[in-house]
Design a protein around this ligand. Structure first.
Ligand code: HEC
Length: 203
């Protein structure tokens, strides 16, 4: 356990460092008409949250709220029913498809799968409802832009490299994506693979 934590922490640090190209949290403000749509999307997400979570979400800094708004705007496929776990399983399927396509030098299929990762669906209520409450803070969420840069930025770069037929570069970007999956899971989840339901297992 200790080793796993240490490794993942190092990975998270490396991901954060390599995400220097990541969009800084404090970005230019949204143009007014986009701001209006973003606020509507946030309201819609909040309507699905428990009062406890709404209170936490409202207390987040303007920078983090703006980042979450941009995520909501950018992902045009938004589900009213799917949970984060279901979306994650979709992402996993595309991640495996991209890896297989790279391995057999199929640039077109690798690029398609990577673009599906970058444009993944948003689950019901956005991401916040699926995180431990104590991580829904400015500090807890401050890692999100770096995770996003690793997974979605890496996926877009993978797609561009695969389109150019540069499968060596595509394989390297695949590694960047992987480090983003690992770092985010380590940061936001205590027990990997744990179910939200109480399993009938002896302690
Ligand atoms: C922004 C943070 C974040 C990133 C990046 C991320 N995940 Fe997840 N993932 C989560 C969280 C949080 C859960 C737990 C959700 C739950 O239990 O409701 C999860 C759960 C999963 C699950 C469900 C099975 C399990 O172990 O709980 C799969 C599969 C999964 N992620 C795949 C991936 C893959 C593949 C990638 C990288 C391409 C990835 N995730 C990137 C946050 C992330």
């Amino acid at each position: 356990m200790k080793t796993r934590r240490t490794l993942a922490r190092a990975l998270a640090a490396a991901t954060l460092a390599s995400a220097a190209a990541a969009p800084a949290l404090a970005q230019q403000p949204l143009p007014p008409e986009q701001m209006k749509l973003a606020q509507e999307l946030m309201q819609k997400q909040m309507a699905t949250m428990t009062p406890e979570l709404v209170e936490r979400a409202r207390a987040l800094s303007p920078e983090i709220r703006q980042f979450l708004m941009k995520v909501a705007l950018r992902h045009e496929r938004r589900s009213d029913t799917l949970t984060l776990r279901q979306v994650m399983h979709d992402i996993l399927a595309d991640y495996q498809a991209a890896g297989a396509a790279i391995a057999v030098d199929n640039g077109a299929a690798a690029a398609d799968a990577a673009r599906r990762i970058a444009g993944h669906r948003l689950p019901r209520g956005g991401m916040l409802p699926y995180l431990p409450l104590d991580k829904v803070t400015n500090e807890g969420l401050s890692v999100l832009p770096a995770m996003e840069a690793a997974v979605e930025g890496g996926a877009r770069q993978l797609a561009d490299a695969a389109d150019r037929g540069d499968m060596v570069a595509a394989a390297q970007h695949y590694g960047t994506i992987t480090s983003g999956c690992v770092a985010c899971h380590n940061h936001f989840r205590g027990q990997p693979g744990a179910s939200a339901y109480e399993p009938r297992l002896k302690r």
